[in-house]
Design a protein around this ligand. Structure first.
Ligand code: SAM
Length: 284
């Protein structure tokens, strides 16, 4: 378990390794739910969810990329529902799915507060096993550090699951990072924090990241050091599909890529883009 207290420093590998099950964040683990929600709601940074004004601007762009309302839209990995809520307000019928029950509770409370009613529903689901019965959607969204957080071999499976819940001709809008916001190679930092994903009390937080540009993988690790000298470790990893390989990745899952935009702009992506928005069509 990543949060089990370990003696320093012998149990912590000198270099983080991507997708190490002993340290990797399990987004669905109840132990992190409340702390993850605190990160999602924090308007001083964009680490779990983006700030409200950024999301509002993105939804203006989504309005142009989504089918005409009312369409049935799936928000895959919806978190606390910030995009889902705003897309429902455009007149779409939206279902948000996520593994994080605490985030979904927050999403449902927001939906009730805004009286989004029948236009908005949330369900607990792991995207790797996604099965929504007979429900079929006109469009699906995969936004902000969702697809790239799965290992390379799992990404086609997640896309195939999404393909199955889309109608033939349905649209997938997927945001992917081409690189992390950390430099290539290894970098590290430290801070004294009042709380973090690892604890609710002040501690020393040591962080390091490894971005391997050859393998297109990165891992960002945090180690909390407590007053009594014990530690806890947690990391998030990603496999970043190179721009030139995106059409093949999506084709393997039954999608035709129609456009790859430079981030949230309408320009075409280039290998220098930091993030891209892929617009793809589910084959018949
Ligand atoms: C960085 S957050 C983005 C949330 C939301 N899309 C947004 O932009 O506000 C990544 C989300 O992916 C969800 N997630 C991670 N692994 C998942 C899985 N296997 N199945 C479903 N959701 C998952 C997390 O719980 C989290 O809510």
């Amino acid at each position: 378990m990543p949060t089990s207290r370990r003696p320093v420093p012998s149990a912590i590998p000198p270099l983080p390794s991507p997708f190490d099950p002993a340290a990797e964040l399990d987004w669905g683990a109840a132990v992190y739910g409340r702390r993850l929600l605190r990160e999602h709601l924090d308007q001083s940074h964009d680490s779990a969810s983006r700030r409200t004004k950024v999301i509002t601007a993105h939804v203006r762009r989504l309005r142009r990329l989504l089918p005409e309302p009312p369409a049935r839209v799936l928000d895959a990995g919806c978190g606390p529902g910030f995009y889902a809520l705003r897309v429902a307000a455009l007149g779409h019928d939206v279902v948000g799915v996520d593994v994080d029950r605490a985030a979904l509770r927050h999403a449902r409370a927001l939906a009730r507060e805004r009286r989004a009613g029948g236009r908005l529903a949330f369900r607990t689901a792991d995207l790797r096993e996604l099965d929504l019965g007979a429900a079929r959607f006109d469009a699906a969204l995969l936004i902000y550090y969702v697809l790239e957080n799965f290992p390379r071999r799992q990404q086609p499976r997640v896309l195939r699951r999404l393909r199955r819940v889309l109608k033939p001709g349905g649209r997938l809008i997927a945001e992917l990072r081409l690189r992390p916001d950390r430099p290539p190679g290894r970098s590290d930092w430290w801070d004294i924090v009042p709380d973090s994903l690892l604890s609710d009390r002040p501690h020393l937080l040591l962080g390091d990241s490894v971005y391997d540009t050859r393998r297109n993988s990165f891992v960002m690790r945090e180690v909390a050091v407590f007053d009594d000298g014990t530690t806890a470790v947690l990391q998030t990893s990603g496999w970043l599909c190179p721009l030139a390989s995106i059409p093949t990745l999506f084709a393997r899952a039954g999608f035709r890529v129609d456009a790859i935009h430079d981030g949230w702009s309408s320009r075409r992506a280039t290998p220098l883009s930091e993030t891209v928005l892929v617009v793809a069509t589910a084959s018949g």
